[in-house]
Ligand binder design. Sequence first.
Ligand code: 4AD
Ligand code: MG
Length: 430
Amino acid sequence: MKTTISKVSEHLNEEVTIGCWLANKRSSGKIAFLQLRDGTGFIQGVVVKAAVDEEVFQLAKSITQESSVYVTGTVVEDTRSPFGYELQVNQLELIHEAVDFPITPKEHGTEFLMDHRHLWLRSKRQHAVMKVRNEIIRASYEFFNNNDFIKIDPPILTGSAAEGTTELFHTQYFDEEAYLSQSGQLYMEAAAMAFGKVFSFGPTFRAEKSKTRRHLIEFWMIEPEMAFVEHDESLEIQEQYVSYLAKAVVDNCQLELDTLGRDVEKLKNITAPFPRITYDEAVKLLQEKGFDDIKWGEDFGSPHETAIAEMYEKPVFITHYPKNIKAFYMKPDPTNEDVVLCADLIAPEGYGEIIGGSQRIDDLTLMQQRYDEHKLSGDAYLWYLELRKYGSVPHAGFGLGLERTVAWFSGVEHVRETIPFPRLLNRLYP
Ligand code: 4AD
Ligand code: MG
């Protein structure tokens, strides 16, 4: 019976055949322990000399790391392993012999691993991180579908910039200049006016010269946008969404979190509601903590965000930032026009800003004024202005950075491990 490691529990005490790669092995004169992986999971295969043909045992002893094999064996319970099962091997059929696989079980430097990302992905740790990523994507679709959002796909090639022009990737679009999308938001606003509640999930690109543990050049964002939803209601949806993701990962990625050594109690603590402080309060808290460098009107850097996050057990919303350090489309607070109705969600444990969101300007005259201030009057932005012309409504939305969320939930230090093929400053290979 051909099956996969993920399905062995359905074949207890039966003989199965699984196509595998050899991840690692240990052997003595009488027994060989093969660490096998097939993409769906990892299992130990035990080859007992006395129980198999001599050639099978010789193959088990000599087989090299990452060689591919069909393994036939009996599924038995193994209470010592977190996986709970192992294979008592009866037959081994070599498919392809791997010679000198470069990533051995010993420690390797980061640059070496990054240069071999196409092979590094096979490791147990990378497998666990990608499974967490997959679960967050799956649970995102589930959450938004359950809440009557429909998925809308904004374009990647665009003539407009949502988040300022300094970090755009330029490209030629026949005779026009185009950019790779920094955010689907502007298009999602158009979609919200057509479909009410929408979300997107796609790659975004920022030519940021930042070399930090939180920055990628190409990253994936989930961007919901909601008509007839105001700032406070958007925060409620955000905290419900993030709590939903945390619960899904805790419930469905137990083995992976165990592999990663993640403190699951920290994830169980991610439950709505989340604390909220204003930018004004954040500045005061930072000054009290001895950050003399921060003055009202300046944006926070990573050390500031981390210091704020350390004051709370849960993720924290920082709301009402000064208008001048935020994007052109954010709606001013009616009670204080110097600040906007926005929030950044800061994760605990130093993982930084996970979500950026805001209520959008819905008034045509005010938006026109912003266009003038930000010199957006070109044709590329005409359509966006028109959204304020025909049945404009209060609306809000946000963007969740997938890789930062994966890093946080997985407990991995750097976002480079949270995307299959990271694009970083000065890295386009592999
Ligand atoms: O705060 P940002 O720039 O917000 C927007 O783009 C809005 N238009 C979203 C919206 O309202 N629809 O980015 C949103 C999130 C950040 O909070 C962060 O998690 C992630 O995207 N992010 C990055 N992740 C990895 N590498 C980078 N260079 C990132 N820049 C932003
Ligand atoms: Mg932001």
